[in-house]
Design a protein around this ligand. Structure first.
Ligand SMILES: [Mg+2]
Length: 289
């Protein structure tokens, strides 16, 4: 199914163009940043081992980091990987502190939404896996809630194929409520929906939602762009106009949009320029085999 593959194409595009805006005009290869490298690492473990195994996932992250293929990672992820080197235990790696409320889990979580869809996971298992993925690096409730909101939206898009993004966003709010997650992440998703419904433009809404690496801001802005995003590239340009953590917001916006609308309307030439295109194709084949 193409929306499944396009989830990762658009994630990689949002990431690469968010980090390197000049590639919107220059016809050069579009490289991934840490958001996409970690996302594809998680996808690879799922495709290879046939289950979610946090120990294997963090081993893979560390391996990529040591090989120099995972660069410019966030400080919390860096500290967690250092701790994992010492403890060799995924459950002991993650960081507990204020900085751990970052977007480092939300930016790489899309494969668990895809996995939950493919395996028809019970909600409890799905939520638990997202928590474990959080525990690897960010032992922080907001970081985990933000990641779950993103993963659930991807899952819901693939499973239900709703006719518009608003249906997905309302469902995310409903599920957070159901799980008793009454925190700032839920507030940010509600605020994004309200600003969208009230007709705010991205230039008006994104500064109100925030665009830093704080997970509450990142997730709010990514959901707003998803709601707004009839045209994927326009959303990326709007995001770049406002600025902030544009690679990560772009990546999350990409996986939300790709899982709902596919790569429809995105020029094929742009996807061809993705350095990770073949890797995505290979991993999706493996995942579905
Ligand atoms: Mg990045």
């Amino acid at each position: 199914m193409n929306r499944l593959r396009d989830t990762f194409y658009l994630h990689a595009l949002g990431d690469g163009l968010g980090e390197y805006p000049h590639l919107l005009v220059e016809k050069k290869p579009i490289p991934p940043t840490d958001d996409t490298v970690m996302t594809l690492a998680l996808l690879e473990v799922l495709a290879e081992s046939g289950k979610y195994d946090p120990q294997r996932v963090v081993e893979k992250y560390l391996d990529l980091y040591l090989k120099g293929e995972l660069q410019k990672i966030g400080y919390t992820t860096y500290r967690a990987l250092e701790r994992f080197r010492e403890t060799e235990n995924w459950f002991k790696a993650g960081i507990i502190d204020r900085k751990a409320a970052g977007n480092g889990v939300a930016m790489r979580i899309a494969p668990l939404g895809v996995w939950s869809y493919l395996k028809n996971l019970p909600l409890e298992d799905f939520y638990e896996y997202v928590r474990w993925e959080g525990y690897i690096t960010h032992r922080n409730e907001l970081a985990i809630s933000g990641a779950f909101a993103v993963a659930y939206a991807v899952y819901f898009n693939l499973k239900e194929n709703p006719r518009e993004a608003g249906i997905t966003v309302k469902k995310v709010i409903e599920i957070l409520e159901k799980l008793g997650i009454e925190n700032a992440v839920k507030g940010a998703v509600e605020k994004a929906l309200k600003l969208y419904t009230d007709g705010y433009t991205p230039a008006e809404a994104l500064p109100l939602l925030g665009t830093s690496g704080f997970v509450v801001y990142t997730v709010g802005s990514a959901f707003f762009l998803f709601l707004k995003g009839e045209n994927f590239l326009e959303g990326i340009k709007d995001l770049l106009e406002v600025g902030g953590d544009t690679d990560t917001i772009g990546a999350i916006y990409g996986s939300l949009t790709g899982s709902l609308r596919g790569a429809e309307g995105v020029p094929e030439g742009l996807i061809d320029r993705l350095e990770v295109r073949e890797k995505i194709d290979t991993l999706i084949r493996k995942l579905l085999s």
